[in-house]
Design a binder for this molecule. Structure first.
Ligand code: THU
Length: 129
């Protein structure tokens, strides 16, 4: 298990703004040079504007100039390790994430390859000439 990412995701989860779902999620992503960025879910009274912890972590990395990401960990207080939503899987594919640790707060995990999470995905290479 990736202890560094798990600890970072658990810490980020404490900042979740989830007054509507009451479902706090934390995420941490590592760039290829080892730098770690974190995110939590941030909801809105206009529900559709809410954003998942995974995308907050990824967009934070991108906003700091880190485009080559590698591994992501997502955690919530669930019975089974948390599976990312489809939108987040698509964003993970865009930024080259190769493997994802699905986790719960108790530390149960499932390590999955991006190709398992989103097989036959539509990625940026399709648009390259
Ligand atoms: N959520 C995440 O942050 N990540 C996931 O992988 C699943 C769902 C958030 C979105 C929303 O704020 C709450 O959890 C309930 O769906």
């Amino acid at each position: 298990m990736d202890q560094e990412l798990f600890a970072a995701a658990m810490s980020a989860r404490q900042n979740a703004y989830a007054p509507y779902s009451k479902f706090a999620v934390g995420a941490a992503v590592r760039a290829i040079d080892g730098t770690v960025f974190t995110g939590c879910n941030i909801e809105n009274a206009s529900y559709g504007l809410s954003i998942c912890a995974e995308r907050v972590a990824i967009f934070t990395a991108i906003s700091r100039g880190y485009f080559q990401l590698e591994v992501l960990c997502v955690v919530a207080d669930t019975a089974e390790p948390l599976a990312p939503c489809g939108a987040c899987r698509q964003v993970m594919l865009e930024f080259h994430i190769k493997e994802v640790w699905l986790m719960n707060c108790a530390g149960a995990y499932r390590k999955m390859k991006m190709t398992e999470l989103l097989p036959v995905g539509f990625g940026p290479e399709v648009l390259e000439k």
